[in-house]
Design a protein around this ligand. Structure first.
Ligand SMILES: [Zn+2]
Length: 185
């Protein structure tokens, strides 16, 4: 299993400085030879000058130096590492039927502790975070493919169409087909 994030998805997270992806991937800028956390507030480079790495070490092997501003080489707290592990697990397995117990077993802490810590650090529960990941995937497919909505529903990890519609509406404030129409014009 590997983290299932496409270039464009990472680019979008990077543009909005999404701190929840810190530690999940790193952004490297070919022209400056510097790499950053996704949340870095430095000026955004051109898309064609950007590379993404899932491991800091790989960026450094390719000759990139850490950014002085966001300090991506700094160790994270054990709590942040645990949350990163959880998010990586969700990104690797979002197509599966994941239960809270599966996640807590994977990271080796109790479900109770996991849920509390996750909420503290991301203000979401693992469940709502997973739903957001799935809706991100679905939105991306709606924008970039002609797949029927029902296929996209299952492809992004939902088990029922009605639940997909409900969650989609909650996040994007419109139906999947309306969203597709909006994005195509
Ligand atoms: Zn930076």
């Amino acid at each position: 299993m590997s983290i299932d994030l496409l270039f464009d998805e990472m680019w979008e997270k990077f543009l909005v400085c999404d701190g929840e992806y810190d530690g999940i991937f790193f952004t490297a800028v070919k022209t400056t030879k510097i790499y950053c956390r996704p949340s870095c507030r430095s000026r955004k480079p051109k898309k064609s000058n950007v590379e993404f790495y899932f491991k800091r070490i790989e960026a450094e092997k390719s000759g990139y130096r850490p950014c002085k501003r966001c300090q991506p080489e700094k160790e994270q707290t054990p709590q942040m590492c645990l949350i990163n592990n959880v998010i990586s697990f969700l990104l690797e397995n979002y197509k599966q039927n994941i239960l809270l117990e599966d996640i807590s077993k994977h990271v080796g802490v109790s479900s109770f502790y996991l849920e509390r810590l996750f909420k503290q650090l991301t203000s979401e529960t693992p469940r709502t975070y997973l739903e957001k990941v799935r809706i991100d995937k679905a939105s991306h497919l709606l924008k970039t493919t002609d797949l029927p909505v029902i296929d996209i529903c299952f492809e992004s990890g939902f088990r029922s169409l009605s639940n997909f519609y409900k969650v989609f509406r909650g996040v994007n404030e419109c139906s999947p087909s309306h969203y597709r129409k909006k994005m195509s014009c």
